[in-house]
Design a protein. Structure first.
Length: 529
């Protein structure tokens, strides 16, 4: 290869960062090609393509942002984008046609991420708007995240807009071993790779917690060599601790459904509505006129829809509302759509049958809105509506999702509106409720939160509530996990013995990582113009 098109030392250093990320190392060659393509393009050797990428994401972990941060370093170095700021346009609305392109919230960022699955809502209009925005903002990198169960769908639909293809694979055991090695190396701990296989053969979320605990134990006891016995002891102790927590949790769950309902933080209006619904159903059942129980839950993510649905299942069982075992079945809307013609109706029927006598909770039900590609979703909707009618006295089917998207779904087929008896909107949590959720997480894991943290948390929650991607309870849990990592890092570096205390520095360092924006953004965004 001609010298001017070869990668330099800085390029190699950036690419080698992929070695420390799970599920993405296979993209190193693609990034190399992008670098060479950039140099060729600069010298007018090529005149095709763009820097947009379709990324097939098969991982259940949130790895996309970490991967994009590495990609951004390449793009920034070669002056493709000015910074590594990322905007996730995961709510594509079709009701802001008067909004000019340059006023769309988040469009000022350098990298624009589009979840292809969410694009399917109001599909034709959104695809047209997306095309116009890509044409208008040529100085940005558009990332199309493909999470469909059918591989190749996103490429067929969006291929003309993106030159490059990458993937995020499911995390393998080797990836998890590599994660352990990196953490141990960072903390100057010695080990044998072959000893890590059994230790790392657990879910990644569990492995992260085990690894932090192991590093803290080693550092606090001045242990430099991690042998097989230490790994086994750490894993066994972690399992015992979590078993005790599970047992305690099980004991707590043994309280009545009404107690569980009252125990939930916030949601006062929702709780009141649920009590009225229960009274209404009980009275009508006594009169011999059992009403339809199907419901629709609307609201932003992390507002307690799933928690309330589970309590409903338990309430109906305790109050003998339904004649069955009260099984709670939780699925995603796309789980009702099969891969082949003729399979969808049977899949819907089998799912409903499993939940007879209990509650079937369908999260993100709006993903059943059909697009231009076929009728699998139509078949799922038609079958589901028939099942709702056929088993109206035997099951409670709850459809849940974002407010506007759920309105689109309900309007799509009149059968939904006539069969859904109750519609409940879940409001966002306020700052005090978010702090209460955070405190509960601390209590569950035996962390002590210093008083100095509360003010900064309240201030952060007040600001974060205005972000486009705010996730309510999910945001709090994500922040809590980041604070735990910062707290562990501080304890190891300072050789502190108070391993259960969270201080203000831990919170502030975690907030820096989250990279909160400095201005308020509108709650709803879209590609419309």
């Amino acid at each position: 290869m001609i010298e001017e098109y070869k990668l330099d030392e800085e390029d190699e250093k950036i690419l080698n960062e992929l070695d420390n990320l799970c599920g993405v190392i296979q993209n190193k060659e693609v990034l190399k090609n992008i670098i060479i393509y950039t140099k060729l393009r600069k010298n007018n050797e090529v005149n095709f393509g763009n820097y947009n990428i379709i990324i097939r994401n098969d991982s259940s972990y949130n790895l996309l942002n970490d991967f994009l941060k590495v990609c951004a370093k390449i793009f920034i170095k070669y002056n493709i984008i000015p910074n590594d700021k990322i905007c996730h346009l995961d709510k594509m609305m079709n009701n802001r046609r008067e909004c000019p392109f340059d006023k769309i919230s988040g469009i000022e960022e350098s990298i624009i991420v589009v979840n292809e699955g969410k694009l399917k809502i109001n599909y034709a209009d959104e695809l047209d708007n997306l095309s116009k925005i890509i044409e208008r903002f040529k100085d940005k990198v558009f990332i199309f995240e493909d999470t469909n169960f059918c591989e190749g769908e996103a490429d067929a639909e969006l291929g003309e807009y993106a030159t490059w293809r990458m993937s995020i694979e499911k995390i393998s055991l080797e990836d998890k071993i590599m994660y352990c090695q990196r953490k141990f190396d960072e903390n100057n701990l010695r080990y044998k790779k072959q000893d890590l296989k059994d230790f790392a053969n657990v879910p990644l979320w569990k492995l992260k917690n085990m690894t932090i605990k192991l590093i803290i134990d080693c550092k606090s006891n001045h242990i430099e060599l991690i042998d097989k016995q230490i790994l086994k002891r750490n894993k066994d102790n972690f399992d015992k601790t979590n078993k005790k927590r599970t047992e305690n949790k099980t004991k707590k769950i043994e309280k009545s459904a009404r107690e569980e309902l009252n125990d939930l933080i916030g949601l006062e209006d929702v709780k009141s509505q649920m009590q009225k619904i229960l009274n209404y159903v009980k009275l009508n059942k006594e009169r011999g006129k059992m009403p339809t129980l199907h419901m629709c839950f609307t609201g932003n993510p992390g507002t307690g829809k799933t928690s309330i649905a589970r309590v409903i299942g338990k309430l109906f069982k305790e109050e003998n509302i339904l004649n069955g075992d009260g099984e709670f079945v939780e699925i995603h809307g796309r789980d009702l759509v099969a891969k082949y013609v003729g399979w969808t109706a049977q899949k819907v029927h089998e799912t409903v049958e499993k939940a007879i006598g209990g509650v079937l909770f369908i999260d993100e039900a709006y993903s059943l809105v059909p697009d231009r590609r076929g009728s699998f979703e139509d078949e799922a909707i038609a079958t589901l509506i028939k099942e709702m009618e056929d088993h109206r006295n035997e099951i409670c089917i709850i459809l849940a999702g974002y407010t506007n998207e759920m309105k689109n779904l309900i309007k799509l087929n009149p059968g939904f509106e006539s069969r859904i008896q109750f519609t409940i909107n879940f409001p966002d949590y306020n700052e005090d409720e978010l702090l209460a959720i955070f405190n509960r997480l601390c209590d569950q894991e035996n962390y002590m939160l210093s008083n100095a943290c509360k003010e900064i948390l309240i201030e952060n929650f007040s600001f974060a509530k205005n972000r486009i991607d705010f996730g309510n309870g999910r945001y709090v849990r994500n922040l809590f996990e980041k604070i735990k990592f910062e707290q562990a890092d501080r304890i190891i570096k300072n050789n502190s013995k108070t391993i259960n205390n969270i201080i203000r520095d831990d919170v502030e360092n975690a907030l820096k990582i989250i990279n909160m924006q400095t201005k308020e953004v509108q709650r709803k965004i879209g590609f419309s113009y």
